[in-house]
Design a binder for this molecule. Structure first.
Ligand SMILES: [Zn+2]
Length: 253
């Protein structure tokens, strides 16, 4: 089995509110809560796999207070040219720059594509803004590898349908020299979501989110789970650039 080096690349930072990230109104819901935006990179001798593609630059400029660099610039720092782009889900902040990777093969769950091309996403107000239609069209133009459930993308790297956050949310399990790493993306926005069994408010299915927590824990075993938006990721792993850390199965928890 191939072993990968795994990196988290932080292309954005912003301060939101706790209520945006933890479901239910509490006395601390209005407190400021820093959030970070990532793409992840898994590199083996055979493959360079990008996990998620961040926010498109023109859209990032519309987000107040977002400290943004184009994900492609961070990839260039590592000299990475992905041949595969796994999209954990099709929210605007996870698929926005797909046009920057011509020739790469996209890997998305069938149920995720069905949802965003079907009637509900266009009808439900609180869903519509989460879609980047330009990016979606690009994904659909392919080359697109639609998967259904769990699948090995290449030896040592697999995707797993967990749902919950979106209809076809998938997480990525990557084999490293020190054991498996699970890139949870928005199946757990913050370590705290998973550790306290406390979902984020943006969700497709409430029970699905709890089921996704369970599946992520099961896939990770004793290895680390890397959440989708937690600034703490940058402090938990060794730096590999100003906004880049190297995820190591031995230094996480
Ligand atoms: Zn999301």
């Amino acid at each position: 089995m191939s072993e990968f080096e795994v990196y988290a690349l932080c292309y954005g930072r912003r301060t939101g509110f706790r209520g945006e990230h933890f479901l239910g109104h509490g006395p601390d819901s209005a407190e400021p809560h820093p959030t970070a935006y990532y793409v992840w990179l898994a590199v083996s001798p055979e493959h360079t796999v990008l996990v998620d593609a961040g926010i498109r630059a023109s859209r990032a400029r519309e987000i107040p207070g977002l400290d943004y660099v184009e994900p492609g610039r961070l990839l260039a720092e590592l000299g990475a040219v992905p041949d595969i782009v796994v999209l954990t889900h099709l929210h605007y902040d996870h698929c926005g720059t797909v046009a920057d990777f011509p020739g790469a093969r996209f890997v998305v769950q069938q149920s995720e594509v069905d949802y965003w091309t079907g009637p509900w996403a266009k009808r439900i107000e609180r869903e519509r803004w989460l879609l980047d239609e330009v990016a979606l069209d690009h994904v659909l133009a392919g080359p697109l590898d639609l998967v259904d459930g769990d699948a090995e993308v290449v030896p040592g790297l697999s995707v797993h349908l967990v749902g919950g956050h979106t209809a076809g949310m998938q997480v990525v399990r990557v084999g490293t020299a020190a054991g498996p790493v699970v890139l949870a993306s928005d199946a757990a926005h913050f370590h705290e979501n998973l550790e306290n069994d406390h979902p984020a408010p943006l969700l497709h299915s409430m029970t699905g989110v709890y089921g996704a927590f369970d599946r992520v824990r099961e896939l990770a075993g004793a290895g680390p789970v890397v959440p989708g938006h937690d600034p703490e990721v940058l402090g938990r792993y060794p730096p590999a650039g100003e906004r880049i850390v190297r995820i190591s199965a031995s230094s996480g928890s």
